[in-house]
Design a protein around this ligand. Structure first.
Ligand code: HSE
Length: 297
């Protein structure tokens, strides 16, 4: 028997919701798991990841221990479109898939709450794994070992124009640059922006989004690590049809929100940004509302 798990890409932080908010988009990685008589075999990923340190394997092992699954050997096959180290939750797809794979072999693949608790422990924060598990836009609170997540109803049909640069930025480096202490004024700004953003997305109050996506906790610092980040954000600010823009997760991808009926949005954004995004990949995505999908083959 094989277990197959498809996990969506995710975009974390949504500007002010650092380590709290995230959303799933229609870009996917797929993993299959097969228990074998011995050894580890990992197919479909670059050679440097096909070993015992593989993140999907690590998550599978942690989850197997958690659910009491014993196994002799494992074959993992991976495929998909989520770019690596670009701020679109590729690590979370590996973690969630590994956990769901192990849970599925004991019939617990639908226990999304426990999958979330294990995934958050491995990832260290819930903002990517939560939407990868539940779909939609999520907000999460971690309290000791328990994570409370809500997948929020979003009133409007938005599109997510994803600007993916040709270069990578490791989350480790992007976290290391952040100050360990923050001003009260910055904290108040972020709390108010996240409250406005959440209420605006639920109520379809488009006028609240642009201000709602503003952040003072991480983007001003991380922007310095990303070529053309500030001129790109400045150019996007001038386009009145754009609803908002933010750094996706730890970056370097930039996410731009437009309305579904703004059918010329991608063409216009490419024209406006021109040379600033030369060699960047631009993809128009939708919100994934399902989270991971698991089946048996
Ligand atoms: N909230 C995380 C960060 C997401 O911004 O560092 C990336 O893992």
């Amino acid at each position: 028997m094989f277990v197959r798990v498809r996990v969506p890409a995710t975009s974390a932080n949504l500007g002010p919701g650092f380590d709290v908010a995230g959303l799933a988009v229609t870009l996917y990685n797929t993993f299959t798991f097969e228990l074998t008589d011995g050894g580890l075999e990992i197919l479909g990923c670059p050679a440097q990841f096909a070993n015992e340190d593989n993140l999907t394997y690590y998550a599978f092992k942690q989850a197997a221990e958690h659910v009491g699954l014993s196994f002799k050997g494992l074959r993992i096959t991976t495929a998909g479109d989520v770019p690596y180290t670009r701020g679109l939750g590729s690590s979370s797809t590996c973690i969630v898939a590994g956990i769901v794979g192990a849970f599925a072999f004991v019939g617990r693949q639908d226990d999304r709450q426990d999958i979330l608790n294990v995934a958050t422990k491995i990832e260290g924060h819930p903002d990517n794994v939560a939407p990868a598990i539940f779909g939609g836009m999520t907000v999460s609170v971690v309290d000791h070992d328990h994570v409370t997540t809500l997948s929020l109803p979003i009133a409007h049909d938005y599109r997510f124009v994803t600007l993916i640069p040709p270069f990578t930025l490791s989350t480790e480096k992007a976290r290391a640059i952040l100050p360990t202490r923050i001003d009260r004024e910055d904290a108040i700004k972020n709390v108010s922006h996240l409250a406005l953003l959440t209420a605006s997305l639920i109520n379809g109050y488009d006028e609240g989004l642009r201000l709602g996506f503003k952040d003072r906790l991480h983007q001003p610092y991380r922007g310095k690590l990303i070529k053309n980040y500030f001129p790109i954000m400045e150019a996007l600010e001038k386009d009145q049809q754009i609803l908002g823009a933010y750094l996706s997760g730890a970056g370097p991808t930039i996410m731009v929100i437009i309305k579904a009926d703004d059918t010329m949005g991608v063409v216009r954004i490419k024209e406006e940004l021109g040379q600033l995004i030369k060699d960047w990949k631009v993809e128009k995505l939708e919100l994934d509302t399902r989270g991971f999908v698991c089946d048996f083959l």
